[in-house]
Design a protein around this ligand. Sequence first.
Ligand SMILES: C[S@@+](CC[C@H](N)C(=O)[O-])C[C@H]1O[C@@H](n2cnc3c(N)ncnc32)[C@H](O)[C@@H]1O
Length: 224
Amino acid sequence: MNCKLTIQESDARIPQSKIAGVYDLNAPVYDIWGTLTESNARQRAIDLAGITDGLNILEVAVGTGLAFHEIVKRNPNGSNTGIDLSEGMLSRARKRLQGVGMANYTLSIASALDLPVKSSSVDILFNNYMFDLMTPENIDRALEEFKRVLKLGGRLVLVNMTKGEKHGSCIYERIYRMFPALMGGCRGVVLSGSLELQGFTVVSREYYQQMLFPSEVVMATKAA
Ligand SMILES: C[S@@+](CC[C@H](N)C(=O)[O-])C[C@H]1O[C@@H](n2cnc3c(N)ncnc32)[C@H](O)[C@@H]1O
């Protein structure tokens, strides 16, 4: 059963200027949420990306490193860059990566809207649960940046909170309506249309639901 409540994509309630503060506060408990409701989709994205060792990989909005530590393990001789707006989230990612015991990565503060990365240099760009908290204008701006930094034929692998397609998923839209900060500012989005408009080729879109929480896993490539 589809979710009948539909929050519009224009309804992003936490401005980018407040995101770092919100996630600094959420950081101590984020992994509980991120594991219980998002781990299946996040793992699928990593598997789908087809990482082979030696690539130049960028993860934007790396958070506490739930995906990044797995990416670094699969790309030990490549280059792995993680960026995020929140120092609270990044400091947890740094602790998590100490356990991996490799030095071929960097973690730093930067914005998806202005990536400190050379044009046409990235083989795979990961981005999990970020577009669902952005305005349509910032979604387009971040996608332009993603397209700029990816190599031709490079892969973009995204996970977003999406619109519910199965029974029970509406509960998260209800919570967002009342307490957007409790949802980290995230509401359901469907990104394939924006990707195509920006000139990406969408290769696949899969729907996942975990603890009733609806996610999409999207794989796209940068076309000529
Ligand atoms: C819901 S969390 C997801 C964290 C991580 N990707 C994961 O899946 O566990 C959203 C993250 O996006 C980051 N974020 C939001 N807007 C951003 C931007 N413009 N540039 C970089 N990071 C951003 C937040 O700081 C936060 O860490």
